[in-house]
Design a protein around this ligand. Structure first.
Ligand SMILES: C[SH](C)CC(=O)O
Length: 267
């Protein structure tokens, strides 16, 4: 192609995020399975990845990132997932809510709201886009909750309010989880909890709930992406089920790149 091989254009680099994210393990597996000669997966963060994407897109340069849906990048840029014929990145994922053992006895109202929590990609997207456009996540979450009382009341109707009980939610600073965690934290505050949000790496997020040092997380990507963490801790938490469906992970490139499959990275 015009500027040497695809690998040359990409400097044989896949632009990743934080090391503990499941998508990073999946990408390492893809490098193996597809025999991506000479490629390295760059570890950074969700924010650094989106900054690199913006810079490349601006100059119509080649880039391949570890990408996921829902995410604001698909609204902002013309992007595509590379086909994954070997199915390394799995099929559709759901995001689950995970509670510590004992939460139902200690904080029944929080447990009930977390168990009821379910929303869709458009809901999450509203908060993600607002944050990407400069809003503080606390404000973007509060706006969404204020504007979506019909949906929120389905989670909170009939749930007893509390008076300042302390609650800790853990998450990883992925744009999707910044949105969901701030939102459900605001809902829990509105029924009286004093909510602390703790941002950790993926392993730390899971460990905190599994050891009971945190109360819950709404950031479990299953069945594939967080399978390792789910298996590690499966006796030590309560899976409250799906809070968002139709999620997905994979390798993502700008539409201007003339490749369609992960296999084309070897061209
Ligand atoms: C980056 S996705 C939101 C989740 C994951 O890969 O662990």
């Amino acid at each position: 192609s015009k500027d040497g091989s695809i690998g040359d254009q990409l400097s044989y680099t896949i632009t990743g995020i934080d090391a503990g994210a499941g998508i990073m393990a999946a990408t390492e597996e893809a490098i193996e399975e597809y025999g991506l000669e000479g490629y390295t997966l760059q570890t950074s963060s969700s924010a650094a990845m989106t900054a690199a994407l913006a810079a490349a897109y601006e100059k119509e340069e080649a880039i391949v990132v570890t990408g996921w849906t829902p995410h604001w990048k698909f609204a902002k840029y013309d992007l595509k997932y590379l086909e994954d014929p070997k199915g390394v990145f799995g099929a559709s994922e759901s995001i689950h809510t995970i509670a510590r053992i004992g939460l139902d006895a200690d904080h029944p109202s929080a447990y009930e709201v977390l168990d009821n929590f379910y929303w869709d990609q458009a809901d999450m997207g509203e908060i993600m886009v607002a944050v990407n456009e400069g809003a503080d996540p606390v404000d973007a979450a509060a706006d969404w909750v204020a504007n979506n009382q019909d949906k929120v009341s389905q989670w909170t109707d009939g749930v007893a309010h509390v008076d300042g009980d302390k609650l800790t939610l853990t998450f990883v600073a992925w744009d999707s989880e910044i949105a969901s965690t701030h939102m459900i934290g605001k809902v829990l505050e509105d029924i009286g909890y004093d909510v602390e949000l703790v941002s950790l790496e993926a392993a730390g997020m899971w460990t905190a709930v599994a050891t009971g040092s945190a109360d819950a997380l709404v950031a479990a990507w299953l069945p594939g992406t967080h399978a390792v963490y789910y298996e590690d801790y499966k006796e030590d938490f309560i899976d409250l089920g799906v809070n968002l469906e139709g999620a997905g992970i994979g390798l993502v490139v700008p539409a201007y790149m003339d490749i369609t499959s992960i296999e084309d990275l070897n061209n």
